[in-house]
Design a protein around this ligand. Structure first.
Ligand code: ZN
Length: 499
């Protein structure tokens, strides 16, 4: 959870919906223009480039906030901005007010707003192996901007509903629920495959002009795929299920299509000028925060701890915790879901009234009662619901923090397993607590460090500081482009994780 106090504030729908979204299917009635990047007539003509710039400028701060804010490192921000501006200056629209921001989130993604506002996550930077791969990602996003894809895109509506309104969706698919409750979901809707191919073709053009090796787009895509597979395993999802916040979901691409784009660009760089800049890159990301930032809340096994808000709780055995932008979720294999988020009481005088009438409006709760948990006032209630997945037990708890600021836990579990969940739900409710200043100060982020591999290093010794348990070795290999069975090359710079 980042900036959890503001998590109820949804993004401006209007600004997102003005991106020319109602225009798909219209023929050109005086609103057409020829796009300088693609050379095609487009149906974005009712919306001028000026409108693109206005929309991008208005939404950029929201996008940055929704993804954990800008990463706090001036040298890294200016390094990435330098790469981005150089590529943009070689595009068909160099005069746009281009901006590039590294986002403070472990999610692996990159996003473009119309008018030249681009964001790339530190999670993505951790996966990339060299400057050329990052340049490939930025060039691809620049391609979405210059081809004006967002203005063409049909927005399928923001799923910004919070709380019980999405319970129907929740029981259908826990991942969808996560997406539905992410305030930033509007940004994560995927582009079409033809738009992706067009962006890749443009990216090859920009990359070649800046003398980068366009092959880096293919190598990065293969790391991305490996990363998605590991994420799926980590979350207990079926292999091949892609996290909706991941770059593979918002930019559906395959290596074949990237190669097709390379061929279409017809501008292969000469061998001598194909830059990778591996060492420059590894020294630029040396010391970067890896995985969750404790100030945004982080997951350690079954514990969720938040150094910024100074709070923590523990979920029952068998649940996998996940820290989202606006909420924390935990799921088990039987379809039980726990969500944790922040809210403000708007009109209720008591917590019980809030739980009964304000939060779960329209749901008939029973056993609503005031409780005290580790010195905090709280109120809880429960009910049984019919969902698409069958009968489910719902238990809600609201904890009073300061004034009208509340934190909330919601448990949804299949009623057929009611007896197995009782103890776990109770212990989770009772585990919610304030952290002491000393406890909060103890929570330090992991960092990515570049080291030279020595002869005595093995994958297992180098990977043991990763936060992924049984998947540590696989993560280490993915971060360092090592195939299964391949030993650590002595003397090579590699990425390790240190606290
Ligand atoms: Zn894309």
């Amino acid at each position: 959870m980042s900036d959890v106090m503001e998590s109820d504030k949804a993004l401006s729908r209007r600004a997102l919906l003005t991106g020319g979204t109602a225009l798909a299917g219209l023929s050109c009635l005086g609103g057409c223009s020829t796009n300088p990047a693609t050379g095609q007539d487009s149906v974005t003509g009712f919306y001028s480039l000026k409108d693109d710039v206005k929309m991008g400028q208005a939404e950029y701060p929201n996008l940055i906030r929704a993804f954990g804010g800008a990463y706090d490192s001036i040298p890294l921000q200016s390094y990435i901005a330098r790469i981005g501006r150089d590529l943009a200056s070689r595009s068909e629209l160099p005069e746009l007010p281009w901006e590039f921001t590294v986002l403070n989130t472990p999610i692996v993604n990159a996003l473009a707003l119309p008018g030249g506002k681009i964001a790339i996550t530190r999670g993505l930077l951790a996966v990339a192996s060299n400057e050329a791969e990052v340049a490939g990602v930025l060039a691809h996003e620049i391609g979405h901007v210059t081809a004006r894809h967002t203005a063409q895109r049909q927005t399928r509506g923001l799923l910004a509903n919070l709380g019980l309104a999405v319970l129907g969706v929740a029981t259908q698919n826990a991942q969808l629920m996560q997406l539905g409750q992410t305030v930033a979901s509007g940004y994560l809707q995927g582009f079409s495959r033809s738009q992706e191919l067009q962006s890749d073709t443009l990216a090859v053009r920009y990359l070649s002009s800046a003398s980068y090796d366009p092959e880096a787009m293919a190598t990065f895509l293969s790391s991305l795929r490996e990363h998605s597979q590991l994420e799926a395993r980590l979350q207990g999802l079926a292999p091949g299920v892609v996290d909706q916040r991941n770059m593979m979901a918002s930019h559906p691409r395959t290596i074949d299509r990237v190669r097709q784009a390379q061929a279409a660009a017809e501008s292969a760089p000469s061998e001598t000028t194909a830059r990778l800049e591996r060492d420059t890159y590894l020294s630029a990301i040396n010391g970067m925060v890896f995985s969750d930032d404790p100030d945004q809340g982080y997951v350690r096994g079954r514990d969720f701890l938040h150094a910024g808000l100074k709070l923590g709780f523990q979920v029952p055995p068998g649940f996998v915790l996940r820290n989202g932008t606006s909420q924390v979720t935990a799921e088990d294999r039987n379809g039980a879901v726990i969500t944790f988020d922040a809210a403000k009481a708007q009109r209720s005088r008591t917590l019980a009234e809030y739980v009964q009438n304000e939060w779960t409006q329209g749901v008939n709760l029973s056993d609503v009662q005031a409780i005290n948990v580790n010195g905090l006032s709280a109120a809880t209630g429960r009910t049984r619901l019919n969902t698409q997945q069958g009968v489910a037990d719902l238990r809600v708890v609201a904890y009073q923090w300061e004034g009208t600021q509340l934190f909330r836990l919601m448990f949804l579990s299949p009623a057929r397993n009611a007896s197995t969940y009782g103890d776990g739900v109770r212990s989770t409710i009772n585990s919610f607590r304030q952290l002491t200043d000393a406890e909060a100060a103890e929570l330090k982020p992991l960092r990515l460090i570049t080291v030279q591999a020595a002869g005595t290093d093995t994958i297992s010794t180098l990977a043991q500081t990763m936060p992924y348990g049984a998947l540590n070795d696989d993560w280490f290999r993915m971060l360092n482009d090592l195939s299964p069975g391949q030993p650590v090359p002595v003397g090579r710079s590699i990425k390790v994780v240190a606290s």
